[in-house]
Design a protein around this ligand. Sequence first.
Ligand code: 13P
Length: 210
Amino acid sequence: MNEGALRDLLVALATSLFARGYSVGSAGNISVRLTDGYLMTPTNSCLGRLDAARLSRLDAGFAHVGGDPPSKEVFMHRAFYQARPDAGAVVHLHSTMATAVACLAEADPENPIPPLTPYFVMRVGRRLPIVPYYRPGDAAMEPAIAEQARTARAVLLANHGPVVSGQTLTDAVYAAEELEEAAKLFFMTRMAPTRTLSPAQVADLLAKFG
Ligand code: 13P
């Protein structure tokens, strides 16, 4: 896909996420890898009102070379791209249910959401580690995210929200949506005895779609 088409796709997907409540205010940021750099949502921009022509343009070294100033979370995205050569896009949201999981005092730090449905396993993968809390914009979170991203497609930032990668922009957005739905199902089923997918069922999904 050429850069113009990717700009339009990023704006369309962000608008859709905002319209459906996956992001509010100026929360969240999205990036996509180009052949010679990256496109990223500008800092303080609303995902519901992006302008394709004003998206931040970064060079291959993540320096700002065009458009509005980039998200203050550049290093969060860089952590994923550098740890995962297969990552073509990164989506960070403050979506309510996934963020609620990231606030639980006794969450499993490796897998806080059980494998209730196949699409969660297929899109998000085997692990969803929780990265300890850092202030938004704190560059110190980069190594902590990178360490987990080497073996996880997505992480939850404690008390902050999810960061999800995908091979394409559409993949990353779909995975972020599945993660939010999985978190919702997790809370809906918490009070009742629940059947999760078995380890064999999870292994089967990962073998075919992982
Ligand atoms: P930016 O507006 O700088 O992208 O920050 C938004 C956000 O979600 C911080 O985590």
